[in-house]
Design a binder for this molecule. Structure first.
Ligand SMILES: NC(=O)C1=CN([C@@H]2O[C@H](COP(=O)(O)OP(=O)(O)OC[C@H]3O[C@@H](n4cnc5c(N)ncnc54)[C@H](O)[C@@H]3O)[C@@H](O)[C@H]2O)C=CC1
Ligand SMILES: NCC(=O)COP(=O)(O)O
Length: 329
């Protein structure tokens, strides 16, 4: 079985700690073999368990039972948990690049990414909105066809726009973008979760889904035409639904994924319900990519307080998605 590649994320964040804790809990959670990609010193700063440096994913099988295998990425500079630095940001980007390359080449079965700091990455010239768009570009997929999916035990959501200022969202939305994201979402749920005919539900953009145009026209001018196109293709889609009443338990039972128009509309319900087990997955890629839903948590780094639940969920989902894909191949 090919192992999963797990980038450590920012060396000053909680990524190294939650990757190490995931390895320590590998038997409890039945985790299949994985290896870390990053600077070993970031793990040593927060954990005293066994780490073995490897030069290739081929060596993971021999080591995983007894130690956390790691491919070293040099030059994170001085590492102090909780104190991000520009060399650390470069190391997080190099780790992401290497882990993504190993997944793309097939040497790793999937890519799991540790949390990075967008502010730090932007400061070193990173010109993608986030890891989602970076990995999509490396895979030759346009950002419009790569979908950020947030997944928890009782809810999946998609933000159609991701890391953009709220005031720019309405101008960025178009029928083409909404249709492209919905198509990729539908295909992605089948390919990665084995859902034969996914049920999609669109959130409205405005209060009360626009109140028939009295409170905004995005529903009438963008969402309804997009829904018509999607239905004509045979996709099971409802909406636009009033966003304030579509996330309670009874409403959630009516769909497999909520398509939301902007970041917080999708991430607030997901993180409220499933912060410690939420996974961020990129749909529409030739490779499987997952990540914990949370960020670098610099405020608690190095204090042994980080909960590895979302990283464990990301590792488990990466494996199950890779398995679904293999079954469908
Ligand atoms: N997957 C990724 O790469 C993500 C990266 N980020 C980045 O993370 C940085 C910090 O973002 P914030 O908004 O502060 O969110 P955050 O998720 O890092 O932290 C929010 C709060 O939750 C706590 N927290 C987060 N994860 C935790 C865990 N596993 N166990 C216990 N407590 C935890 C933190 O201590 C903090 O109080 C930003 O630069 C952002 O770009 C944010 C989300 C996802
Ligand atoms: N809020 C989600 C997030 O920040 C993760 O984004 P990405 O870096 O995985 O694109």
């Amino acid at each position: 079985m090919r192992p999963l590649a797990v980038s450590l994320g920012d060396p000053a964040g909680i990524g190294p700690e939650i990757v190490a804790k995931s390895w320590a809990l590998r038997e409890v959670h039945g985790l299949s073999p994985f290896f870390a990609v990053g600077d070993v010193r970031a793990i040593e700063a927060v954990w005293d368990g066994p780490v073995v440096r490897i030069s290739s994913p081929e060596h993971v099988a021999d080591i995983f039972t007894d130690a956390l295998p790691l491919i070293q990425v040099e030059d994170a500079g001085a590492i102090e948990p909780g104190a991000p630095s520009l060399p650390g940001a470069r190391c997080s980007l190099d780790s992401l690049e290497m882990a993504a390359g190993l997944a793309r080449s097939g040497a790793a079965a999937a890519l799991v990414t540790g949390p990075v700091s967008k502010a730090q990455l932007y400061a070193i010239g990173f010109d993608h909105a986030g890891q989602t768009e970076f990995v999509a570009e490396r895979c030759g997929v346009s950002p419009d066809n790569a979908v950020m999916l947030l997944a928890g035990p009782t809810l999946r959501t998609v933000p159609i726009t991701t890391h953009v200022a709220l005031r720019d969202v309405s101008d960025m939305l178009s029928i083409d973008l909404i249709v492209a994201k919905a198509r990729a979402t539908e295909r992605g749920l089948t390919r990665n979760f084995g859902i034969a005919r996914p049920r999609l539900a669109f959130a409205g953009f405005n209060p009360h889904a626009g109140e028939a145009g009295a409170l905004g026209r995005e529903e009438i001018e963008l969402l309804l035409p997009a829904i018509e196109i999607l239905r004509a293709e045979g996709i099971d889609v409802v909406g636009p639904l009033a966003a304030d009443t579509m996330f309670h338990a009874r409403a959630r039972a009516g769909y497999d994924v909520a398509l939301c128009l902007y970041h917080d509309q999708a991430l607030i319900p997901l993180k409220t319900l499933h912060f410690d087990e939420g996974v961020n997955m990129t749909l529409g890629l030739p490779i499987v990519r997952t990540s914990p839903d949370h960020g670098t948590a610099f405020d608690i780094a190095g204090q042994d307080r980080a909960d590895p639940g979302a990283m464990i969920a990301a590792i488990r989902l990466a494996r199950s998605a890779a398995d679904w894909r293999a079954q469908q191949a």
